[in-house]
Design a protein around this ligand. Structure first.
Ligand code: TPP
Ligand code: MG
Length: 437
């Protein structure tokens, strides 16, 4: 990320001038690198360095532009600052002897499972190729939701607090884990007692909280391809069958909730996300917020195809969904792809950036759809499917224990736009926010 901020004029910086702030210091805690541009002569070089820091360190770079500098003419014919030659290729492989240890562990495992974290998101094709080669189930962290589709015969959905029993039951029976680009956050609770191969391009993430059997420092796509080349293809029909049985149970559980209403006539999130799942195209970009609605999205929404889910890391900041969807809609339009962008938030999250509705109506791509809920959806069951009979009628709307069913939302509190949409096999969802142009 590149942050560009304005500053008072250079000739008055220092004494605490009206509206002067030490911006480099203010951004120090959140930016990996920052500089003030004082002269057009080095503006492009500082801009190139800012990009380099943002890309290589995968962090925030910050450039401060004093008012008067913003208005100075640029230098004639500034030298080119090409990316090539200044950024090294990152497709590095782990050392061969470490790879060999990982190969041996995977070769001798009877029930290996792959856990994908957000770091694996750009490498989904390579991960899918390895999973199919090993016939190994694939479990996602919440941040990686959608990286491996839930409708693939090896997909087991999300593990942890925002997850589903298919994932937790599959992980519980694994005798070897291949963890790709995940940080072992306590939100996900990847078991630490199963022999684990961890792959990451950031060496500090490897074995960060506990030792792993084989920490592999390397690019995920490259490492996964090398593992695949060193291992024979395997057929595990029993693994696929077990996954299918777990999905059947979990989907039956969801169906048993879907028609329940509480004492106030409020709908179940299971129903809302089932309908949303039918409406959202296979290649949509879905921005989610922070709140009980996000947990419900984790539990009940099934990702398929090439859907991408955007979220605030570790469910940090409410109000994330709408601005993220706005950004995504601009990126999608620039790429000329026509992908639909969907923003999902609670009333609180939407309220945080309500003013952005103005931006939305003026600037967003016609393919952006936003929806909000007005009730509190509690975090609910993920660790076990349990008997469907426990989904009784509820009137509480406060977060409840994992064994309680979630309360529901008021009829119509989920976006009315969605209920008026045709199923995904028919006409695309109309965009209520579409600007005329
Ligand atoms: C910027 C920020 N402020 C406060 C919080 C704490 N917080 C987490 S969820 C939440 C409420 C979310 O309410 P809403 O958007 O209506 O979603 P719901 O839980 O009702 O689904 C709050 C205040 C936060 N994560 N980020
Ligand atoms: Mg709410």
């Amino acid at each position: 990320m590149l942050a560009l901020t304005g500053q008072v004029q250079t000739q008055v910086i220092g004494p605490g001038t009206f509206q002067e702030l030490p911006l480099e210091k203010a951004f120090d805690a959140v930016a990996e690198w920052g500089q003030t541009i004082l002269h057009p002569g080095n503006a492009t070089e500082l801009a190139a360095l800012a990009m380099k820091h943002a890309i290589v360190m995968r962090d925030v770079a910050h450039l401060v532009l004093p008012d008067n500098v913003q208005e100075l003419p640029g230098v004639e014919d500034p030298p080119a600052r090409p990316r090539s030659g200044r950024l090294a290729a990152t497709g590095i492989a782990p050392p061969p002897d470490e790879l060999a240890r990982a190969v041996e562990l995977l070769r001798t495992a009877e029930r290996p499972a792959i856990v994908v974290g957000n770091g694996a998101r750009p490498h989904r094709d390579e991960v899918m190729a390895l999973a199919e080669h090993l016939d190994a189930p694939v479990i996602s962290t919440f941040k990686a939701k959608g990286t491996f589709p839930d409708d693939h015969s090896l997909g087991c959905g999300v593990l942890g607090r925002s997850g589903i029993p298919v994932a937790s039951q599959t992980v519980a029976t694994a005798d070897c884990l291949l963890v790709l680009g995940a940080s072992f956050s306590n939100h996900t609770s990847i078991p630490t007692w199963v022999p684990t191969i961890q792959v990451d391009l950031d060496p500090m993430i490897l074995g960060k909280f506990h030792p792993v059997e084989v920490p592999l420092w390397g690019d995920i796509a490259r490492t996964v391809a090398e593992l695949q080349a060193s291992l024979l293809a395997v057929d595990r029909p029993e693994a696929r069958q077990a996954i299918a049985t777990r999905w059947r149970r979990w989907r039956a559980e969801k169906v048993s909730r879907r028609d329940l209403v509480d004492a106030h006539g409020r709908l179940q999130p299971a129903l809302v996300f089932e309908v949303l799942g039918e409406l959202v195209p296979d290649d949509a970009v879905i921005a989610v917020d922070v709140g009980n609605n996000t947990y419900s999205f984790g539990h009940f929404f099934e990702c398929r195809g090439r859907q991408d889910v955007l979220m605030s890391g570790y469910l940090g900041s409410i109000g994330f969904a709408l601005p993220a969807a706005l950004g995504a809609s601009v990126a999608v339009r620039r790429a000329g792809s026509g992908r639909q962008v969907v923003s999902i938030s609670g009333d609180g999250g939407l309220g945080q950036y309500l003013a952005e509705v103005t931006t939305l109506s003026r600037r967003a791509s016609p393919s952006l759809t936003w929806c909000s809920t007005t009730a509190s959806w509690p975090r609910s069951v993920a660790s076990s499917s349990g008997p469907s009979g426990r989904c009784g009628r509820q009137s509480s709307s406060t977060p409840t224990s994992p064994s309680s069913p979630p309360p529901a939302v008021r009829p119509g509190s989920q976006s009315g736009r969605l209920t008026s949409c045709a199923p995904r096999s028919r006409a695309p969802c109309p965009s209520p926010t579409a600007p005329a142009s």
